[in-house]
Design a protein around this ligand. Structure first.
Ligand code: AMP
Ligand code: ZN
Length: 109
């Protein structure tokens, strides 16, 4: 855990953020500034800055992020209508929180 990292704090239960799902690897919570009716963040507990910092050993984390995103989409009722999963990478890619996370957005209809 990186002490000055917001998503480290949230994923380790150090804030009042409501956690929608948690397992040993990751947590899921709502984006504070939603870009769609449903906007979740899938966040590994390990501090990894961005996709650029992933190693071979992190592959199970990535697989888990996608599988949990799929489950959350179904739980939120957007699986059938469809949704987007995306990861912003570094400043030019729109990343503003430098702790790896995947966005799940959907629920437009
Ligand atoms: P990114 O641009 O990919 O780094 O996305 C960071 C996201 O984190 C943005 O969509 C923010 O709205 C969201 N965010 C920032 N602070 C919080 C917070 N305290 N709780 C939930 N989401 C947050
Ligand atoms: Zn962190």
């Amino acid at each position: 855990m990186k002490k000055d990292c917001l998503f480290c704090k949230i994923s380790h239960g150090k804030t009042s953020t409501e956690i929608l799902y948690e397992n040993d690897t990751l947590v899921v919570f709502r984006d504070i500034n939603p870009a769609a009716p449903i906007h979740l963040l899938i966040v590994p507990k390990n501090h990894i800055r961005s996709v650029n910092d992933l190693s071979e050993a992190d592959q199970p984390i990535l697989a888990e992020m996608v599988m949990v995103a799929k489950e959350m989409a179904a739980q939120q009722g957007v699986d059938k209508s469809g949704y987007r999963l995306f990861i912003n990478v570094e400043r030019g890619g729109g990343q503003v929180v430098f702790h790896l996370h995947m966005h799940l957005i959907g629920g437009w209809h």
